[in-house]
Design a protein around this ligand. Structure first.
Ligand code: 5GP
Ligand code: ZN
Length: 117
């Protein structure tokens, strides 16, 4: 297991900080964003600590694919798989990444503007 004691999302994985979990696999956890920007706003993360989507892609072993599959399963469970949803990995400061444990935002349940601001 790869974890960091001072990482907020590692602490959610460890159960040290409460979260509204909507889906879990052996290697992923999905939970509701504390500040939702749409009717569906769920964060999908690997249990292991990887800072960015680049690190997740480099991890190998099918982990990135499992995170993507979990995100789509969340969309299905939330009822937005057919109506449409956005899967966003903010990466780096200019993209607004604030938590450096890679997470995909599953956002849906309303019309979404493109391009985002
Ligand atoms: P980022 O800006 O890094 O892409 O997204 C971080 C997300 O984590 C934000 O949407 C923020 O609302 C969410 N977040 C921050 N702290 C917590 C927390 O303690 N619990 C949950 N469930 N979400 C959080
Ligand atoms: Zn972490």
């Amino acid at each position: 297991m790869v974890s960091e004691a001072d990482c907020l999302f590692c602490r959610i994985v460890a159960g040290e900080i409460p979260a509204k979990i909507v889906h879990e696999t052996d290697r992923t956890v999905a939970f509701r964003d504390v500040d939702p920007q749409a009717p569906t706003h769920v964060l999908v993360i690997p249990r292991d600590h990887h800072p960015t989507v680049a690190a997740l892609a480099a991890a190998g072993g099918g982990l990135a694919e499992e995170v993507l599959a979990a995100a789509h399963e969340v969309a299905r469970l939330e009822g937005v798989a057919e109506t449409g949803y956005r899967l966003v990995f903010n990466t780096g400061p200019e993209a607004g990444q604030t938590v450096f444990h890679v997470h995909g935002h599953v956002i849906g349940g309303r019309g979404l503007n493109w391009p985002p601001g």
